[in-house]
Ligand binder design. Structure first.
Ligand code: FE2
Length: 340
């Protein structure tokens, strides 16, 4: 049984979560190049758990795609449509009680830039909410986050797609996407200059080691300080054609080590609040050798969620999956996320 709905590039739901997979469906998914799907384990009920529903997320991906494609051919994009998209994402996030990010949904790889833009927007909004930004600020932040990489439309695709190290010349071209994006966005009278600055500054770092200008903390706007953390977090945790996504907790710890030096410490602290190292649905390995699935995240104790034990270290011992609250059972702890 499918644990998550599968949404096509155009936002249509291809298969609804909860449906029993038949051979014909699996064949169709193969033809559509869907690399993997989420499957329910025995005894588990279908519970949609995303912070943003697939349909809203897919719509946002489509809007970003249209904006990028317009800019690529020298046409203006519709600022109103982007603002509306941010409002919809914001509505969904604010309506969600639990401030926990679900596992990233699986899609065909070629939409990475658009999907990444939407992820960065969602994460930035969560960070902004945690840090107490006003609705007006959240909208400006969301628009900036959604379009932060729009300057990439002018970077040659072979450089964007290159998986090996870039030459100096290629690096220079790649880095220009910041200024190109800013120059483009600031030309829109309806778009806040602060949103445009996100495109310009999202690769700057507090200690001045970033680009394009190498400015220090006090010259980097709050929105950019949020988006740079969201950008790095999503890029590092995402599955790419040339490498597996890194474990969210490793990425969070990496960011925590650089907190105050490269990244704003209040923003990294906010990330620890909203990003669960072991999100609901994640398959994890326990110190006992058991394999478990995260059922419910405890926001106060992110590392000790409620889990369902699926496999013991001796598979012959387990007949029925059972649940354990790691907050109570302190003899057990999570070692790592298992990626299938
Ligand atoms: Fe970028």
């Amino acid at each position: 049984m499918l644990a998550r709905s599968i949404v096509g590039e155009d936002g249509r739901i291809l298969l609804k979560g909860g449906i029993r997979l038949r051979c014909s469906y699996i064949e169709r998914l193969r033809r559509l190049d869907i690399p993997a799907v989420y499957i329910l384990d025995p005894g588990e009920k279908y519970v949609p758990s995303e912070i943003v529903p697939e349909r809203v997320r897919a719509h946002a991906v489509q809007q970003v795609k249209e904006a990028f494609e317009a800019v690529a051919i020298g046409r203006p994009f519709c600022v109103h449509a982007i603002e509306e998209t941010v409002d919809r994402l914001l509505d969904e996030i604010l309506a969600t009680r639990s401030p926990i990010l679900g596992l990233e949904e699986i899609r065909a790889q070629d939409a990475y830039t658009y999907r990444h833009s939407v992820n960065v927007c969602v994460i930035s909004l969560l960070l902004g909410i945690t840090l107490g930004l006003s609705m007006g600020q959240l909208r400006e932040l969301g628009v900036g986050a959604l379009l932060h990489d729009i300057g990439k439309v002018h970077v040659p695709p072979e450089i964007l797609r290159k998986t090996g190290p870039l030459s100096q010349e290629e690096t220079d071209l790649m880095r220009r996407h910041t200024k190109w994006g800013y120059d483009h966005l600031r030309a829109y009278p309806d778009l806040s200059i602060l949103s445009a600055r996100v495109a310009w500054q999202h690769h700057e770092r507090l200690d001045g080691s970033g680009y394009p200008l190498g400015v220090r903390a006090d010259r980097i706007h709050l929105y950019s300080r949020l988006v740079m953390v969201a950008d790095v977090y999503d890029a590092m945790t995402s599955e790419r054609p040339y490498r597996a996504g890194l474990d969210p907790l490793d990425v969070l710890r990496h960011l925590q080590r650089l907190s105050g030096q490269l990244f704003a410490s209040d923003v990294v602290d906010a990330l620890a609040q909203v990003v669960s190292p072991y999100p609901r649905g994640a398959r994890v390995l326990l110190n006992t050798g058991e394999v478990a699935k995260v059922i419910e995240v405890n926001p106060a104790l992110l590392e000790r969620p409620r889990v369902r034990i699926l496999e013991t270290s001796r598979p012959d011992r387990l007949s029925v999956p059972f649940e354990i609250d790691l907050q109570r059972d302190i003899s057990r702890s999570i070692c790592k996320v298992i990626r299938e």
